[in-house]
Design a binder for this molecule. Sequence first.
Ligand code: PLP
Length: 368
Amino acid sequence: MKVPFLDLKAQYVSIREEIASGLQQVLDNTAFAGGPFVTRFEKEFASFCQTDFAIGLGSGTDALWAAILGLGIGQGDEVITTPNTFIATAEAISFSGAQPVFVGIDEKTYNMNPELLEDAITPRTKAIMPVHLYGQTADMDPILKIAKKHDLFVIEDACQAHGAEYKSRPAGSIGDAGCFSFYPGKNLGAYGEAGVVVTNNAQLNEKIQMFRDHGQAKKYYHSMIGWNARMDGFQGAVLSVKLKYLNQWNESRRKNARLYNELLANIDGVILPTEADYAKHIYHLYVIRTQNRDAFMAALAENKVFCGIHYPVPLHLQEAYSSLGYKKGDFPVAEKCCEQLVSLPMFPELTPEQIGYVVEKVKSIVNS
Ligand SMILES: Cc1ncc(COP(=O)(O)O)c(C=O)c1O
């Protein structure tokens, strides 16, 4: 048996006709850049997230960047985030002109540890950007409380958390803005690049609408300097089809995670994911921890089980961020986890037989 890390084709074949029809409509209407199919998806996704507004953008990175700029954050400001995330989180802060400041993570959820947050706040801090990593929200109540006390914005990086919940509230709807990526491998993935910002803030909505379209509300009348960060029509059409299935697909992921948890329970040397009592985890990734991670993954690959690492190097130790002056030992929990994390195969169409095979191989490798 061969178990891929992710199988986009298995999902595509189940919705092939609907996708073809959606794409044909975009062609028939020549609605390629922005346009009615993007507007329709924006309405649907705002409703899914229970927010007033959703603004379709070119990628999750664009979404984070637009939210930061739209809240007036830039040169001389600081934004606090976590070192255990994809680099786009910090890049968006840097590209606004602000500086990312990292705080340590919680060893159980791998998300920002709110207990460490206040020490990172300075007079230059303008926002906190928690990342809902692997499909589980950060612990938002203490984060919101600290943000309120220090008058800071909260921007949720929900790029891995489509349909996740915090105390029954949808990820992305909790802070001032929520940013999602629709990169093809995400729980809600486009067939190209796309992203979105959701918010209840009418002024922010207006600013991001302008920003993504060269600062214009009326064609060729530019009231601010913006950018081209529009979502394309094909992605809007694909996402409208796929959004209808998102809850069902997330439930399948949760079921797969339960089966992994059951079959992998009590194996010495393997730490399983923790679902916090405040969270509905939607398992964008099913991440375990093990010693000798690289040898473990190589042995799995020899048995045709393919895994990922999210992420091998925490951001404070990435070469790109060497100018920030962090050093090894600054975030010991994140550093330790980055050496041990392994993302096992996870997607809605994964079968119980495939999961059984992965577990059998994990057990034999750990025991040998
Ligand atoms: C946590 C996180 N933030 C931001 C992004 C950036 O999204 P995109 O690839 O759509 O630009 C990603 C996507 O991988 C992500 O996982």
